[in-house]
Write a protein that binds this ligand. Structure first.
Ligand code: ZN
Ligand code: ZN
Length: 388
């Protein structure tokens, strides 16, 4: 490692106890989407004390923040923090580690501010990843308009620089029919539940013609009031996922067509609600991945076994559609520990999480330095983004 990189890594280590404390405090006080007031408070307090200029409530999202410093005119790099928890299982996705790693990466760059190549560092606090899609709102508010690259890490049971994240769109179908006594006058009824069942069957058939990297899954939210009444109303909620914006929206149109067909077949009236909190797919950037790969060994990390079939979704996808983005998975739990479990929640505050936190912070800070030091690479990274 060159001396400047060594100083950055040393800064992360020096802050190790403080970052772990920050991570544990967030872990011990899990806050749900858009209610992360304490986490946002602790993080901005920490970044402010490091010398960052802190703005709270950015993008019209109360628990979002942006902390920044500038070392002369140059590229703008954003390091992202997540800090929302899950209902019931707390920090079972380890967002406390993401938050502390992002803050630590920013602080380590601040520590070498006087020797940093020209550029601007942002640490952006992005609420509501688990539900609500906070990053989508921040993208729409224009927070990433001048950002040349965005980076974050996420805890996992292994280290993987890239894992596909599917886009996901939520759609609700409501079928309206007519109630009637199910035995006395069934012919007077129009069965909304039949439309719903028909839609599930049609979607099950559609699944056979679907690419293996797509997903459709749904539930019946309302299916009638009593067995002796023909259901006059049925409601189903579906998630439709695809690896690209085109694939996701094309599949969504097919699913809606199936619901419409079921409505026609049963004589019910269909209302389709498309929910606005779309999580877009992750668009990968090879150059950004190369930069991170170049710093992996120096942080003591090594990539684990690939798991291409295990695909989730995240609102980081929305960011990746507007600027070059990396979402690196960092091992913070033993291999085989699934996220969103109580086991993962426990791991997210264990010593393995501290190691992953510090390694992740170094990985982002060192990669940010590489980008600031190489404007040609930044240019080709952006060209690649525009091509894809
Ligand atoms: Zn999660
Ligand atoms: Zn997560």
């Amino acid at each position: 490692m060159n001396p400047l990189k060594q100083r950055i890594a040393d800064s992360v280590d020096r802050l190790g106890d403080e970052l772990t404390k920050l991570s544990h405090a967030i872990h011990a006080h899990p806050e749900l989407a858009f209610k992360e007031t304490r986490a946002a408070g602790w993080l901005t307090e920490f970044l402010g004390a490091q010398g960052f200029r802190v703005e709270r409530g950015v993008g019209g999202v109360e628990t979002a923040f942006q902390a920044s410093f500038e070392a002369g005119p140059g590229p703008t790099l954003a390091i992202l923090c997540e800090y929302d928890a899950l209902p019931g299982v707390g920090h079972a996705c380890g967002h406390n580690v993401i938050a502390a790693a992002g803050a630590g990466a920013g602080a380590a760059l601040m520590a070498v501010r006087d020797r940093l190549p020209a550029g601007r560092i942002l640490v952006i606090g992005t609420p509501a990843e688990e539900m609500g899609g906070g990053k989508g709102r921040l993208v729409e508010a224009g927070l990433f308009r001048d950002v040349d690259a965005a980076m974050m890490i996420h805890g996992f049971d292994r280290t993987l620089l890239h894992q596909d994240l599917l886009g996901v769109v939520r759609v609700t179908f409501e079928w309206a029919g007519r109630a009637a006594h199910a035995s006395v006058d069934p012919w007077e009824g129009v069965n909304a539940l039949d439309a719903c069942v028909q839609a599930f069957n049609g979607i099950a058939m559609l699944r056979q013609q679907m690419r293996p990297d797509c997903r459709i899954h749904g539930i019946v939210s309302e299916g009638g009031a009593a067995a002796n009444v023909i259901p006059e109303r049925a409601v189903a909620d579906f998630n439709v996922r695809g690896p690209s914006l085109e694939a996701m929206w094309a599949l969504e149109r097919r699913v809606v067509a199936v619901a419409e067909g079921a409505s026609a077949a049963t004589g019910t009236r269909l209302t389709v609600t498309r929910h606005p909190d779309v999580y877009e797919p992750l668009k990968r950037n090879e150059i950004l991945l190369e930069v991170f790969a170049g710093n992996l060994a120096a942080t003591g990390l090594a990539e684990g076994p690939a798991a291409p079939d295990r695909v989730a979704s995240s609102d980081i996808g929305n960011v990746s559609q507007v600027t070059p983005t990396i979402h690196a998975w960092i091992a913070i739990a033993p291999l085989g520990t699934a996220i969103h479990t109580r086991e993962f929640a426990a791991a997210a505050a264990a010593p393995t999480a501290r190691a992953g936190l510090l390694a992740g912070a170094k990985l982002m800070a060192l990669s940010a330095l590489d980008l600031l030091a190489d404007p040609v690479r930044v240019k080709s990274m952006k060209e690649e983004f525009a091509r894809r």
